[in-house]
Write a protein of this length. Structure first.
Length: 396
């Protein structure tokens, strides 16, 4: 009897069908992920790789890492660092954010050609930048004030630029030198750019001007000045209210000259004085070389008049003396001595002899001095009293 053979095709056919269906599913999923919009959820515990553009119409949630090798376009609000479902702005970052190149706010690109040229690490803001805390610039990682700059700072691009301090103080804790341009009026302070500055520094010579824009000396002041303390010219210190330079002092309304630092009268002079024109005491003006006074003139030493530079008496006059008045002109010679007042006259001897002699005239003769020159006396008497005594010699 012939044994019947059973065919295995049905079994192979089933396997082929399963493999075909699986392949179709894989192709469908691959095609869907590759270029199809996904409108439903995709959950995976591993990695979902998209090699081309993928459009996700719903929300995207990644509990671990969401990585894209190409461009990513996020429409709507996006939250990073937390599972918030209600972001307050278009992009919310909870935690730190690291940007390898530049960050542009209002700018599409900031470039990546190097720091300082719009490169990596640059922050480019088109509008207002508001920092609620402190801002450190150029490596200042822990600024002690609202703005900390680790290096130089450039503010302004031209004469119209303005730096405004609404309130507060400029404080420089470390000694340093501020440099200005080597031009006239290099640095000035004023209420406007067109007004006369209150304070100006000439960068060409270091001159300082107060209320003037063109100082001509070390300090030029074009307005009235009040100095609360003293002013020393050639002196480091003076007393309050004093003006002192080499050889001159103004102290308490009094003037001291040539080292007279505390004059006891309105004008104190130590040494000689030369007046080119006249001296008026009680008079505003006098003639050249004149001394004119309205009151008493007291001279402690001898007085030489009309060129008498070395008078041997208290008053020496080279020339004539005239005394005149509207009434009785009086020449009074008073003394407390016993000999009384005396007038001496110098005369000459016989013609051609060249001899000189003196004659003295005393008022009264009772107490006159007697010397060897007493010959040839002449007495003027009245009622037995000697009124005048005239004799050879000089007053004793």
């Amino acid at each position: 009897m012939r044994k019947q053979r059973h065919s295995t095709f049905p079994k192979h056919r089933d396997a082929v069908m399963v493999l075909g269906i699986a392949a179709i599913f894989v192709l469908a999923v691959t095609y869907s992920v590759f270029s199809t919009t996904i409108s439903s959820n995709i959950n995976t515990d591993g990695t979902l790789t998209v090699s081309d553009k993928s459009s996700l119409s719903g929300g995207v949630y990644a509990s671990s890492t969401l990585q894209g090798s190409g461009n990513s376009y996020l429409y709507g609000s996006t939250t990073l660092g937390t599972a918030s479902s209600s972001p307050t702005t278009d992009l919310n970052v909870f935690g730190a954010l690291y940007v390898t190149n530049g960050l542009g706010v209002g700018f599409a690109t900031t470039g990546n050609t190097g720091v300082g040229a719009g490169g990596a690490g640059n922050l480019h803001v088109l509008g207002l930048g508001v920092f609620e805390n402190r801002l450190g610039v150029n490596g200042s990682t822990s600024p002690s004030t609202a703005l900390g700059v680790g290096g130089s700072a450039l503010i302004g691009t031209g004469v119209g630029s303005t730096l405004t301090l609404n309130a507060g103080t400029i404080y420089q804790p470390v000694r340093a030198t501020t440099t200005i341009q080597n031009v006239e009026g290099a640095w000035a302070i004023s209420t406007s750019t067109s007004g006369v500055p209150f304070f100006v520094v000439n960068g060409m010579n270091g001159y300082i001007g107060l209320s003037t824009s063109t100082p001509v000396l070390g300090l030029s002041v074009a307005t009235s000045t009040y100095i609360h303390g003293g002013l020393g010219v050639g002196y480091a210190t003076t007393s309050i209210g004093d003006f002192r330079n080499t050889g001159f002092t103004l102290h308490g309304g009094r003037v001291g000259i040539n080292g007279s630092t505390s004059p006891t009268v309105e004008l104190g002079v130590i040494g000689s004085a030369y007046i080119d024109t006249g001296l008026g005491v009680g008079y505003a003006t006098t003639g050249s070389g004149h001394v004119k006074t309205t009151g008493l003139a007291v001279i402690g030493g001898r007085l030489g008049v009309n060129g008498s530079s070395t008078p041997y008496r208290d008053v020496g006059v080279t020339g004539d003396i005239v005394a005149a008045s509207g009434g009785t002109t009086t020449l009074s010679l008073d003394t407390t001595g016993a000999t009384g007042g005396c007038i001496e006259l110098k005369g000459t001897g016989p013609a051609g002899s060249g001899a000189t002699f003196w004659v003295r005239i005393y008022a009264g003769g009772g107490g006159r001095a007697t010397t060897s020159d007493t010959a040839d006396t002449f007495n003027l008497t009245a009622g037995g009293d000697v009124l005048l005594l005239i004799e050879k010699g000089r007053c004793q």
